[in-house]
Design a protein around this ligand. Structure first.
Ligand SMILES: [Zn+2]
Length: 157
């Protein structure tokens, strides 16, 4: 654990990509946040979800079913072999998994025992890619792509 990385309580709501896909047509259902005056936003989002980008040399991060609440890219995740301690504004939390957005350099940690969609987790945001990658590769050492038993929601989410 590195105290220079301080997670704050998240101010965002997290949503699964499936919330926005029509199960019958496969089309994106217009969620509230994409009903904006910018007409092409829906296409931008659609492209992001169909061709998610991950340009980092990690071994243990894989695509998740959650959408980044900041930039609407798909979040990637890793599952820790042992709960990983993070420094938060509420003290040390030991988390079983973490989500990240490589596009806007943010990390999203569910409160232990909860899902990301419970919207009570923590967020860490970086301004630049170099600092982001430093923490990303640190986490990658302890992560895995294997689901864990005995934690809530150890499946694809
Ligand atoms: Zn993002």
């Amino acid at each position: 654990m590195d105290e220079k990385y301080l997670f704050k309580k998240t101010r965002y709501e997290y949503q699964l990509i499936s919330s926005f896909i029509d199960p019958f047509t496969g089309a994106i259902i217009s969620p509230m946040f994409i009903e904006t005056p910018k007409n092409d936003l829906k296409e931008i989002i659609s492209e992001k979800w169909e061709r998610p980008r991950w340009h980092y040399f990690t071994n243990n991060f894989y695509i998740s079913s959650y959408i980044c609440p900041k930039c609407y890219s798909l979040l990637f995740k890793t599952v820790f072999l042992e709960d990983y301690p993070i420094h938060t504004t509420d003290g040390i939390k030991r988390i079983p998994r973490i989500f990240t957005c490589g596009e806007c350099f943010s990390f999203h940690a569910p409160e232990p025992g909860y899902r990301l969609a419970d919207n009570n987790g923590y967020i860490l945001e970086f301004d630049d890619q170099i600092s982001y990658e430093e923490f990303l590769y640190e986490l990658d050492k302890y992560g895995s792509t294997i689901g864990r038993r005995g934690t809530i929601d150890n499946s694809k989410y």
